[in-house]
Write a protein that binds this ligand. Structure first.
Ligand code: ZN
Length: 149
């Protein structure tokens, strides 16, 4: 998701999880134990950031977490907070599909395979996650974008 939250204070309270680096596209990655998700991109008054729930990352494993971080980075890089994506009726679903495809192309192969396996798990495979689609839809899309069979 891309969402504006009300920000500078949150950023300064949490501290950086890692320095801005190439893997995160130069975007600060911030530990966010309050986040009800693995990761979330947000545009703050200080610029874009990626929040990461470290506990959730440990649950899903570092490879899946890295894939999700790439997905969130895609939301920032592809300008998914712009009016095109937020006002076009299918814009949110398009943004999620583009973010999955970007992550599929820009993550390590081991991370892509881990993400596919994650989304193919029975508990998530047929669960409709709103604009993201079901786990199976995401797994199929990720494989197609990476050229995996
Ligand atoms: Zn997303």
């Amino acid at each position: 998701m891309v969402r504006g939250i009300g920000l500078g204070l949150v950023v300064s309270m949490l501290g950086l999880l890692s320095a801005p680096d190439a893997a995160a596209g130069g975007i600060p990655v911030i530990a966010a134990p309050w986040l009800d998700d693995i990761a979330l991109a947000s545009v703050t008054s200080a610029g874009p950031v990626i929040y990461v729930n470290v506990s959730r990352c440990k649950e899903v494993g570092s490879n899946v977490c890295s894939f999700v971080r790439q997905h969130e980075l895609a939301h920032v890089k592809l300008n998914h907070g712009s009016a095109f994506y937020t006002s076009y009726v299918n814009g949110r679903a398009l943004a999620e599909a583009e973010a999955d495809c970007y992550a599929a192309k820009n993550s390590l192969l081991v991370e892509v395979r881990a993400a596919v396996a994650f989304f193919e798990q029975p508990w998530i495979a047929n669960t409709d996650i709103g604009d993201h689609g079901t786990g199976l839809v995401r797994a199929k899309r990720i494989k197609a974008c990476r050229g995996l069979s």
